[in-house]
Design a protein around this ligand. Structure first.
Ligand SMILES: [Zn+2]
Length: 86
């Protein structure tokens, strides 16, 4: 359990630094994907979108290419958005 807690803290720190650096490097048009500790039912880390618009853009693509309807919801762990099936 202790290990899991530590891992969560490390992930949070990394996510914070990625977002922080992302803002800092905005002028260079560098783009850093933020991360969080949310996992899907297969145990894979879920994709974190910085804005709801980015999440919805992706949802539209999935709907067009795979016919799967997705909804966006705010990440419970950090700043950002996830996609989930209805
Ligand atoms: Zn999340």
């Amino acid at each position: 359990m202790e290990f899991k807690k530590q891992l969560k803290n490390i992930k949070k720190t990394i996510a914070y630094h990625r977002i922080h650096n992302g803002f800092k490097l905005k002028e260079e048009k560098r783009y850093n994907e933020p991360i969080c500790i949310c996992k899907d039912k297969n145990g894979e880390f879920k994709t974190l979108y910085i804005t709801q618009k980015k999440a919805m853009d992706e949802a539209k693509e999935v709907w067009k290419s795979k016919g799967i309807k997705l909804k966006s919801y705010p990440c419970p762990d950090t700043l950002g958005w996830h996609l989930s099936r209805y």
